[in-house]
Design a protein around this ligand. Sequence first.
Ligand code: ADP
Length: 335
Amino acid sequence: MVHPRCDRQKLTDIAQNDFILTVNKLSLPRAVFSTSPITTEIFTHQRPLWIFPDYVIKIRLLGATIQEAAQDRFFTNMILIVSLNIILLAGAWFVYRLIKREMELVALKSDFVSNVSHELRTPLSLIRMFAETLEMRRVPTEKKKQEYYRIILHETERLTRLINNILNFSRMESNSRRYNFRTVNINDIISSVLTIYSYRLEQLSFTLETALEKTLPPLSVDEEAIAEALHNLIDNAMKYSAEVKFLRIETSRADNAVQITVIDRGIGIAEEHHTRIFEKFYRVSYGLVHTAKGTGLGLAIVQHIIEAHHGTVTINSEVGKGSRFVISLPLTEST
Ligand code: ADP
């Protein structure tokens, strides 16, 4: 038989540090015995002491109550589940983006193959046609003959540029492209590139404007590579011009840099494509993309060349108004 007064020690032993056990007499407001000096009204269990119907024994878990502990656990679990879901969603989104990107690249590569085939076939069939006509001596005048020779020459140059572009691109991809730096005047490179284009520009009724800064300091560059970058920009300006056929090339000196600007008044490029057009194989899917064939490599090559010179290439363009590409080459220490 348990008496609250005499069995204090026994109850304290049972409770240890895990519970608070309190014995109350129903008629009294305060506990007649408690294993803890802490007074509390929150008890998880309450049982009558069956031998002493006037007394009840109350139990409270020390620390958190079961409900509190359960609630605590619930919140912790909820936070964990929500965080886990967020991580899973982010992972799924990331995988989706990767797959989408891969599929885009596969589509771009397949377009690239068909574009390259077309780009190879067109000049080849033109060369063949004009060479055959010349060989059969069916050309009535000397002037016409000269024109056919020029076309053959031009198409050969186009083929060479295309093949060089592909070869240089594959070198860039394998990091094996080497540059030969030499101190030159940028204006000289531009003039010799423009000589190659003069006939074609005239044939296509392009207005050509040049504004070359006379006092440009010489720069240490890879002449061939800079010419290649210019070829790509000029080719594009001509390819993507529709009604207004206009080309302007400027050179200028900016802070610690020499700038080359290529301007056209062609179809222009919407802002959302401004960074993507520098990616390999990327072509804008509207405008003249179906008639003006290309490989989608030109601007990727331009960017690679200019970055190898520690410079930048930027674009300013508006649909229907034209484009302006600015190459900025830093002045080297020797200049
Ligand atoms: P492509 O061989 O297709 O010309 P580029 O890498 O040189 O490849 O150019 C990528 C895309 O950027 C082109 O397909 C075209 O849509 C767009 N683009 C480049 N230059 C111009 C320009 N001067 N005017 C309008 N669009 C341009």
